[in-house]
Design a protein around this ligand. Sequence first.
Ligand code: RET
Length: 279
Amino acid sequence: MKLNGVQDIVLQTPETQREIFEFVFEDTLLALSFVANIALAGLTILFIVAMARGVTDPRTKLIVVATMLISIVSISSYTGLTSGLTLRFIEMPAGHPLAGEEVLTMWGRYLTWTFSTPFILLVLGMIAGSNLTKILTTCAMTIAMCVTGLAAALTTSSYLMRWWWFVLSSTFFLVIVYVILVDWTREAERTGTSDLFTKLKILTVVGWFGYPILWALGVEGFALLEVWMTSWGYSVLDVITKYIVTVLIVLYVIDEPETITADADYGSTLKGVGAPADD
Ligand code: RET
């Protein structure tokens, strides 16, 4: 089946996972939007391992490990999409532009963002020098945002309810944007990491706004974009918000500047244990 228009993504139910897998690979552009990200996530992990080998400071190490986890989640996420495991054809409710038709939903994306975005926020918060309360708040908010986003994509009972989930999800999103733009910007100035933080902030806030916009324009929302376009849109945003952000962070922290490092006991549960010398 070829994807030449939104109408063409309609399939007869029920589809097996094998059929969905074949459907993905019959559309080269759609398959490439998945496979390219598996490759990029792999390269990013290799880059981190190569660049951060010599890091000794525990706080710097935590930042490095968290950046690596973003790409580790990403490889799993895109493998789920490529294999057809986390894709489904879902019938849209009355009121939706494709009402009554089965459209391809990449629900695995929303699910796996639940696991990747907290690591992004952990790293951003640590670079700003923020406290645990604010970091955990943004992590909880992003989990809530992704789970309600997943609910929006999977709700088939009512078109209105899909958008209500979207509104809920966006509310959580705005809390995150507020913390980044207001609290963390101020804290980064005090910490002395403003140079890096300003770049990360722009990439993150602008990039993250792209996701709900794509959701609204894609088949999940107003169905103005074809499936492969939406998929490429998310894949490109992922490159900006994950891999580019990761590279900037790793290049900055591997020099272990004073603005990033903490004492050898950082994060240990017992004084003197777990310091680098004991490794
Ligand atoms: C959804 C739809 C509902 C409303 C909102 C959304 C926001 C999603 C965002 C995702 C960010 C993902 C990232 C992934 C990196 O691995 C769920 C699309 C607000 C902001 C950065």
